[in-house]
Design a protein around this ligand. Structure first.
Ligand SMILES: CC(C)(COP(=O)(O)OP(=O)(O)OC[C@H]1O[C@@H](n2cnc3c(N)ncnc32)[C@H](O)[C@@H]1OP(=O)(O)O)[C@@H](O)C(=O)NCCC(=O)NCCS
Length: 283
């Protein structure tokens, strides 16, 4: 039978096929079944399905980030259809959708230990723009330094200045999603009490967003002096302890030197592999 690949919007009727495709992904712990309904009903982005001879064999969700970029996520191809170019077609369709929607760029993240997805991103013309280590922060009842506090709206300019001085911070993470740290985004994070600072001179800054499971602070950016960063980590560990959460995993950008100092305050590598952030500018 002739094999024809058709890309279309996913529908509610695709749900059994999605469950089949995701069944063995990440030892059966794929997050897609938990977010599928909200992806189907989403207004801003699009959920793309790849169909071969009437059967959905793969899909990909495209979200729209506030900085007018498309965030491509959750690409999956059923085992039997893998290696036949389906993901490449889905990715191209996601990029085309972003282009005709007038978006400025597309981005996606991959794990460094996933050769197929890295190859796919590279072949589609995306370039790797940042790398984040997968880290784990353990709870601890250690007393917190009084010099750590939540950032306020009027810290905005000082935080920006400090981040520039530390080499800039273009992105921060919320799990495996990276957001561009625009002024608007930073303002929002400050308003939501998701920024912590250390010292009168703001010698360290962290962004820690809440996870969907609850108000668990998940670090997505950490910059500053070693002492300041250690104080903020101690503060986050204390928060985890108070919330009764044993540990939390996240992705953080840091140099090897920084890791050395941070290990002593409970920040360890969760996995050997890293998160790679890819980008394609559209004009
Ligand atoms: C990653 C995934 C979506 C790729 O789907 P696919 O349809 O098999 O990909 P394609 O056939 O379009 O191949 C894309 C490229 O990766 C290469 N590739 C595919 N599988 C590979 C593997 N196991 N090892 C190395 N390269 C691989 C292909 O050769 C191709 O490169 P080429 O064009 O230079 O030949 C699919 O394997 C999958 O669903 N995996 C499980 C979920 C997952 O890891 N999703 C990605 C999360 S970011």
């Amino acid at each position: 039978m002739e094999r024809e690949v058709r890309i279309r919007r996913a529908r509610l009727e695709d749900t059994p096929a999605m469950l089949e495709i995701t069944r063995n992904v990440w030892e059966g712990h794929d997050y897609v079944p938990r977010v599928w309904t909200s992806w189907l009903g989403g207004h801003a982005g699009v959920l793309l399905a790849a169909e071969v001879n009437g059967e959905m064999v793969g899909f990909q969700h495209v979200d729209v980030h506030p900085d007018r970029t498309a965030w491509l996520e959750g690409i999956r191809v059923g085992e039997r259809a893998q290696g036949t170019g389906i993901a490449t077609r889905l990715l191209a369709a996601g990029i085309a959708w972003a282009r005709f929607s007038g978006l400025a760029a597309v981005r996606l993240s991959t794990s460094t230990d996933n050769p197929a997805s890295n190859r796919m991103a590279e072949r589609a013309g995306l370039t790797s723009v940042a790398r984040f280590a997968s880290v784990r922060l353990r709870a601890s009842p250690d007393p917190t330094s009084p010099s750590v506090r939540l950032g306020r709206a009027d810290d905005m300019a000082a935080i920006r200045r400090q981040l520039e001085q530390w080499g800039g911070a273009r992105f921060y993470t919320e799990g495996w999603t990276a957001y561009r740290l625009t002024d608007d985004r930073l303002r929002l994070l400050l308003a939501m009490n998701q920024v912590a600072v250390h010292g009168d001179n703001l010698d360290a800054v962290a962004i820690a967003t809440a996870t969907v499971e609850g108000a668990r602070p998940r670090p997505g950016l950490l910059r500053g002096t070693p002492e300041g960063m250690r104080a903020i980590l101690t503060y986050l560990r204390q928060s985890l302890y108070t919330l009764g959460v044993e540990s939390i995993r996240s992705q953080l950008e840091a140099t090897d030197d920084q890791w050395q100092g941070l290990a002593s305050v409970g920040l360890e590598r969760a996995w050997e592999y890293d998160m790679r952030l890819w980008q394609l500018e559209l004009h």
